[in-house]
Design a protein around this ligand. Structure first.
Ligand code: ATP
Length: 332
């Protein structure tokens, strides 16, 4: 049975990532039917809407979205499209696996971390108020319900995937009420999973520990802003943003995207590494139960990376996006 999915073709390197990744999905004979929409800043300039109504309607029908990076126009009063989509469809669990690839040289070996980032609240609710001309307040919202569900998902993931430890990242020593509540909920839920070690660390210490000894970390769970920052740090450990995929999962909807942004500096130059977006598509296939197809694609990518002949510039190679994609397709 084939699955209907919605695809958002965004800005910067977004369109080239979509075209190349769909080429690989077709070559792998993925049982998917695509509803493809242009979205983002360029679409807004053309047609006056950042996300056209038909694009929303398609996602509401298919419930599965493969989304390339989108640029939110700066200084025009628009709320980030990513934050909007995550909130509107209650995509509360942002899951970001960060895994070393033997083919990619970095000083860190065997990193294998899965970040669970709460996606709907914290400082990202965008509630700011100007108290007087020289003072602004930004409100951070933390609720028991949102904290419980992301923490529980992290433990459930650990249990299903044979992971040994879940670490809660926080700043409860300073933010005693907000982060304090998150941490105390973590400790309550950890008791329900005696087979998994429940650990916690303060965010600043975590940054230092990650670059000293990343191998001590397994599954990590945290609020929105900490997750945003730590996932970029973790992607640096394994060779950069070109290699980190993500899923955004809610109770009804799921969205899959690379962790990186639209990289306008390299757009149209055939330099983009499509691996993060391709692995996001693999996470989508696994979500849809198409594990065999995802497995074949992952194997082909691993072989191309291990061979090292067709690496893109961010991985110190000289291949264009298209040469890399053709090498993956040849392996399929
Ligand atoms: P955002 O705020 O939208 O997350 P950002 O400011 O983090 O975006 P990115 O667009 O992710 O920035 O780009 C950061 C750097 O990483 C840029 O120099 C960009 O060229 C590079 N980069 C990002 N994605 C890729 C990719 N897929 N392949 C190669 N280089 C990339």
């Amino acid at each position: 049975m084939s699955h209907k999915i919605t695809v958002f073709r965004g800005d910067g390197i977004g369109p080239e990532l979509v075209d190349n990744v769909l080429k690989i999905l077709k070559a792998a004979d993925a049982q998917l039917e695509y509803e493809i929409f242009n979205v983002g800043e360029d679409e807004w300039k053309r047609n006056g809407a950042l996300i056209p109504e038909e694009a929303y309607a398609s996602f509401e029908r298919t419930k599965v979205l493969l989304k390339s990076p989108i640029t939110t126009p700066v200084g025009k009063g628009f709320r980030s499209l990513n934050v909007t989509l995550r909130g509107q469809y209650d995509l509360y669990a942002n899951i970001r696996p960060v895994k070393s690839n033997a083919a990619v040289k970095t000083p860190f070996k065997n990193v294998d971390i899965v970040i669970f980032r709460e996606n709907t609240e914290g400082l990202y609710v965008g509630v700011e108020e100007q108290v007087n001309p020289d003072t602004v307040h930004a409100i951070k919202i933390v609720t028991r319900q949102a904290s419980e569900r992301i923490i529980r998902d992290a433990f459930e993931y650990a249990k299903k995937n044979g992971r040994k430890k879940v670490t809660c990242i926080h700043k409860a020593n300073i933010l005693k009420m907000s982060d304090g509540m998150f941490l105390s909920i973590f400790k309550e839920i950890a008791k329900e999973y005696p087979e998994i070690e429940g650990d916690d660390k303060i965010i600043d210490n975590t940054c230092m520990q990650l670059v000293m000894n990343p191998n001590q970390f397994d599954v990590m769970v945290m609020q929105n802003l900490y997750g945003d920052i730590l996932s970029d740090l973790c992607s640096g450990l394994i060779g950069g943003l070109g290699l980190v995929p993500s899923s955004n999962i809610g109770s009804d909807y799921a969205m899959f995207e690379a962790v990186h942004g639209s990289a306008p500096d390299i757009a149209g130059k055939h330099l983009a590494n499509p691996t993060a977006f391709l692995w996001s598509a693999c996470m989508m296939l696994e979500y849809l139960g198409e594990n065999e197809t995802a497995g074949r694609i992952r194997k082909a990518v691993d072989e191309v990376l291990a061979e090292g002949k067709h690496l893109t510039r961010d991985l110190h190679g000289t291949a264009t996006t298209e040469e890399y994609v053709d090498a993956v397709i040849a392996r399929l």
